[in-house]
Design a protein around this ligand. Structure first.
Ligand code: ADP
Ligand code: MG
Ligand code: ZN
Length: 502
């Protein structure tokens, strides 16, 4: 198969995502009072409603509806005043009542968008001119969101001795209904994404947004956030869409990216050989790096969708919507803009710090502990040093930034000190002093070492005066050695240059 970049020169990829997110931060299930916890003993959290026993009646979880409205407001959606629940029928033991309660044509929130900032590898040529291109070649792509609807999750099945997710071949299948009835929101995008990288960025941004809202832990690993990727191809310049395939089982950013990339190349090969893409659901096999057919697409008619007679339509009041709006915290984009405006941070740095709510709140505590001129060093430390540590406090990080800004430590030494103080609460300054790591910036003491080195290295001094400026590096090394690593290399460099030029 051809390489992705090459394929994308001839073909335009059209990508749409369907993202399922469990509202894991809620205490109870969607339509009953059972505890929301998947880690308990199997089938510990069940009742007649989530087991689908005849006659059991559902009662909707108001907090879950607040969460989906918040998700909608955070993604620029319109809150629909009236919507209702539908029954989507199917037969499978993971849902004992034989239908999933979900929403029909009108969802709680609809017609939104998330703005993606794309650059480099993921950038796609967009002929439609809707893209705000910047000078550096990056652009902002508004990815439209068709809807976010509410539904319930099914039970978890464990097929012993068989293939994951399939009954075929299993000798025994166990069902854990703890997960059954977990509130789930499904977001469907319009087919506005154009490259696997854009799709990955979209998921990342959505994840940051939902984590910031506090509505889910969004763990792709644990399955609380899952994604299906839809993709089709068309020749560059064409305006109608081709036939799409849908990929399930995309449970990491890498799987999402790689599966789409594979599928784009596969479809191109089929089309270039004069064949036609079949509309089907495919399964991504990460270990073999390919997609295989799961089933040929069922049609919506097969589900016999109709309004659930046990659940009255919802009429959301202004008051309810305003209450949800008030609970939406500052979102990553606004935070990024504030960091740039308040602290003159570089946009790329601000995007990184603002993207993760835990990092952002850590930064906002640390930043008040340092003087304004140390902020750039603090930002540098938080982006390049602290991500590999788990147990650092804001005070420790502020202290390291201060030491670095004062040239008392090199970056490598700072990493060593952080390794020592991580998880201990110890003061980095004390560790630096105890280990004698602090670099001297005492100009007299360092000047004496410089004089001694210049005296000793006459031939390098001669080379310098003959125009070989590179020997300064060697001389700095000699000074560092003479000071047993305690001198500040930047100061040595300055002093050496001064004396050599004098
Ligand atoms: P289905 O009925 O097969 O589930 P939908 O119309 O509900 O299809 O769309 C599902 C997802 O597929 C949406 O994210 C949508 O943006 C995307 N999609 C729809 N048509 C195409 C297409 N031709 N190529 C790529 N993605 C598409
Ligand atoms: Mg669909
Ligand atoms: Zn229950």
């Amino acid at each position: 198969m051809r390489k992705l970049a090459e394929v994308l020169r001839d073909w335009e990829a059209i990508i749409g995502l369907e993202v399922h997110t469990e509202l894991t931060t809620l205490e109870t299930k969607m339509f009953c009072g059972c505890r929301l916890s998947h880690d308990d003993e199997p089938n510990a959290n069940v009742c007649p409603v989530c087991l689908g026993l005849p006659g059991a009646l559902p009662v909707p979880n108001e907090k879950a509806i607040e969460s989906i409205v918040m998700a909608g407001l955070a993604t620029n959606c319109e809150v629909m005043r009236r919507s209702m629940f539908y029954r989507k029928h199917y037969f499978y033991p993971d849902m004992a009542k034989n239908f999933q309660t979900t929403q029909g044509p009108v969802a709680f929130v609809m017609h939104g968008h998330l703005d993606l900032e794309v650059s480099g590898e993921g950038a796609a040529e967009r002929p439609d001119g809707t893209i705000d291109k910047r000078q550096d070649g990056s652009y902002v792509a508004p990815i439209r969101i068709l809807r976010i609807h509410m539904e319930e999750d099914a039970a978890k099945m464990n097929h012993l001795g068989g293939a994951e997710g399939r009954i075929g071949g299993a000798s025994e299948s166990l069902i854990d209904y703890n997960r059954c009835g977990t509130p789930l929101i499904e977001l469907v995008t319009e087919p506005d994404l154009r490259t696997p990288e854009e799709a990955r960025l979209f998921m990342e941004k959505l994840r940051q947004t939902f984590i910031t809202l506090g509505i889910s832990d969004c763990s792709m690993e644990k399955g609380s956030m899952r994604c299906d990727g839809n993709v089709s191809l068309r020749r560059r310049g064409e305006t109608t869409f081709g036939t799409k395939t849908e990929m399930k089982n995309l449970n990491s950013f890498k799987s999402l990216h790689d599966a789409l990339a594979y599928e784009i190349c596969r479809q191109a090969e089929v089309l270039e050989a004069g064949g036609a893409v079949r509309q089907e659901t495919r399964h991504w096999e990460p270990s073999r790096r390919r997609t295989v057919v799961m089933r040929v697409k069922e049609t919506a008619d097969d589900y016999r969708m109709y309004p659930d007679p046990d659940l009255a339509p919802f009429d959301l009041s202004d008051e309810f919507i305003e209450r949800c709006r008030a609970r939406v915290p500052e979102l990553p984009d606004a935070k990024r803009d504030r960091y740039v405006a308040t602290w003159g941070m570089r946009r790329a740095d601000a995007t990184k710090l603002a993207g993760d709510p835990a990092t952002a709140s850590f930064f906002e505590v640390a930043v008040v502990l340092v003087e304004p001129k140390i902020i750039p060093t603090l930002v540098n430390v938080m982006i390049n040093l602290t991500p590999s540590f788990r147990g650092l406090s804001e005070a420790q990080v502020a202290s390291i930034a201060r030491l670095l800004a004062a040239d008392a430590l090199t970056f490598a030494q700072a990493r060593e000190v952080l390794e020592v103080v991580d998880g201990t609460g110890a003061d980095p300054e004390r560790v630096v002093d105890e280990r004698g790591l602090r670099q001297s910036t005492d100009a007299d003491a360092l000047g004496a070492i410089v004089d001694e080195v210049l005296d000793r290295c006459q031939s390098q001094v001669r080379q310098y005066h003959e125009g070989n400026r590179k020997v300064v590096g060697f001389l700095v090394g000699q000074c560092m050695k003479a000071s047993k690593g305690s001198g500040n290399p930047k100061m040595f460099n300055q002093l050496l240059t001064q004396k050599l030029e004098a």
